[in-house]
Design a protein around this ligand. Structure first.
Ligand code: 1GP
Length: 272
């Protein structure tokens, strides 16, 4: 659901401190399960839903998931509007595509992280997939969020598929150069990614090096599983923290809600 201030303003707004994104991979769960998880995540404090992740999910599956999550959020907004004690705005969170390529698109999404995989060694992920996807997005009217995407070691599947020259811990000057480059290209967002299920999160000194470029909104994800890790990333300068695996391997909705509440608290407890 589109927030009142518009998608980009909502994403760039720093007045809420470090916020949390739940990543739902439609290739790994039915749209019903994805929707139940998204609703539980928003109820526990997530302020955005990303849909995507896998590299081989067909459009129809992505669309079904986006549509189903949007309908469930609308229902929650309606229910909240009937109850004076409940907060309607809590449910007004955007559903944003986080695509693995030009195939995973849906007109039911509020926007898309329109990304250049900046450290890819192949044209396909620098500009090729984008070239194929842009006309569809234009037709759908899905808002593109201009995003630089930088993959750190260990990098996981995205590092491999994207043929990324992985950034290593401590390469702060390199990260600063990437951040400046992202700004000069006109990107509003820089996503620092360690890879889904990564054994180590993005090195906080690298987050700090990107943070020096104050104009950029920093999204940080990959391998974050608890409040302390979220706090570390937020303290280093993350504006948003993404978690995916945390949601997908929870054994129940209660466990999922507890895990997300913890990470949200960790992100919010940051001193920066
Ligand atoms: C992957 O950054 C995201 O693109 C989330 O990673 O699955 O490790 O939370 P996790």
């Amino acid at each position: 659901m589109l927030p009142d201030e518009g998608l980009l303003n909502y994403v760039l707004d720093r007045s809420y401190g470090c916020r949390h994104i739940t990543l739902i991979d439609p290739g790994k769960q039915s749209s019903e399960i994805a929707t139940r998880r998204a609703i539980a995540a928003v109820n526990s404090g997530s302020r955005m839903i990303f849909v995507g992740g896998s590299t081989d999910t067909p459009d129809e599956v992505v669309h079904e998931t986006c549509k189903s999550i949007q309908e469930a959020l609308e229902l929650q907004i309606f229910a909240a509007s009937q109850d004076p004690t409940s907060d309607e705005d809590k449910w007004r969170v955007p559903v944003v595509l986080f695509p693995g390529g030009a195939h995973a698109l849906s007109p039911a999404a509020d926007g898309i992280t329109f990304m250049m995989l900046m450290n890819s060694q192949t044209r396909r992920f620098l500009v090729g997939e984008q070239l194929r996807g842009a006309p569809h997005l234009e037709k759908f009217g899905v808002e593109a969020l201009p995003t630089g995407y930088l993959v750190f070691s260990p990098g996981g599947k995205v590092g491999e598929v994207g043929e990324a020259e992985l950034v290593k811990p401590g390469e702060t000057e390199l990260v600063n150069s990437y951040a400046l480059t992202a700004k000069m290209f006109g990107f509003k967002i820089l996503y620092l990614e360690a890879g889904s299920g990564a054994s180590t999160q993005v090195d906080p000194s690298c987050i700090e090096a990107a943070r020096i470029v104050n104009e950029l909104c920093l999204i940080v994800g990959g391998g974050i599983r608890n409040a302390e890790q979220a706090r570390i990333a937020a303290n280093a300068g993350a504006n948003w923290i993404v978690t995916g695996t945390l949601t997908e391997d929870a054994s129940s909705m209660e466990e999922l809600s507890q895990r997300i509440s913890d990470v949200v608290l960790g992100a919010q407890s940051s001193s920066s």
